[in-house]
Design a protein around this ligand. Structure first.
Ligand code: CA
Length: 238
């Protein structure tokens, strides 16, 4: 199935560096956004290792001998091992990890995997749906009924993630399979976008703008609303 893809990242207005990394490999059909966590360059190193590992695993000549889900699982497992082992060897990188949301196109289907609070959304005119579930303290509390979504919006300390790639040696990603229809658009992004704009604003941008104009507009909106964090936006349109 034919698709187009756009991706942009920006360090935002408050951060010194950019700990987000992304991967766009149209030939293999793999798309990734990773948001690194950890001081002293740890976050940048972790997210860079993660996307490089996905590129290798999914792009491997033998990848097609395995099911799409096995490839995703292998990518997360290998990335987590590499990040954890590197952090163990280099004290300044201790405790580093990364979120990672990933889309893998095979046999006309899109396989989406996630760890952490970067997100995948599906836009089908005129609505957007969040496809992934955040692994964050806030979301756990919502699920347990300790917080309503309204209360959660007002709570600070929003970006505490409860699962990350590489913080422990093994990691278990959520993996899901989606049928893709012509006209579907998927958005992968770091929390530098979702912390700055609402889902309503997101669907408004998709509804009002030609698809090839939306990626820079998402970044502009995140910056206009404060640009508190690094922001990465990947739009994949069928
Ligand atoms: Ca972030």
């Amino acid at each position: 199935m034919r698709f187009q893809v756009w991706c942009l990242t920006d360090k935002g207005l408050k951060r010194q560096g950019n700990q987000d990394s992304f991967l766009v490999d149209e030939k293999v059909g793999v798309f990734v956004v990773a948001d690194g966590v950890g001081g002293h360059m740890g976050g940048e190193v972790a997210s860079a290792i993660a996307v490089e590992t996905v590129r290798e695993v999914a792009g491997h000549v033998k990848a097609h001998q395995f099911s799409p889900k096995e490839v995703l699982l292998q990518a997360y497992t290998e990335a987590s091992h590499r990040i954890f082992d590197r952090a163990t060897q280099e004290p300044r990188l201790n405790g580093m990890g990364t979120t990672m949301v990933m889309a893998y196109l095979r046999e006309g289907k899109l396989f989406i995997a996630n760890v952490g609070d970067s997100r995948a959304y599906l836009y089908r005119k005129p609505y957007v749906w969040q496809v992934t579930e955040d692994h964050s303290l806030i979301n756990e509390q919502i699920r347990l009924g300790l917080l309503t979504e309204e209360q959660a919006k007002k709570t600070i300390g929003k970006n505490v993630i409860t699962r990350s790639v590489g913080f422990e040696r093994d990691v278990f990603p959520d993996i899901m399979e989606r049928e893709v229809s012509v006209g579907d658009t998927f958005l992968l992004c770091s929390d530098g976008l979702t912390g700055m704009i609402t889902d309503e604003r997101m669907s408004q941008i998709f509804n009002e703008q030609p698809i090839d104009k939306t990626t820079p507009l998402f970044i502009e909106n995140a910056l206009a609303n404060g640009g508190d964090d690094n922001v990465t936006v990947l739009v994949l349109s069928f």
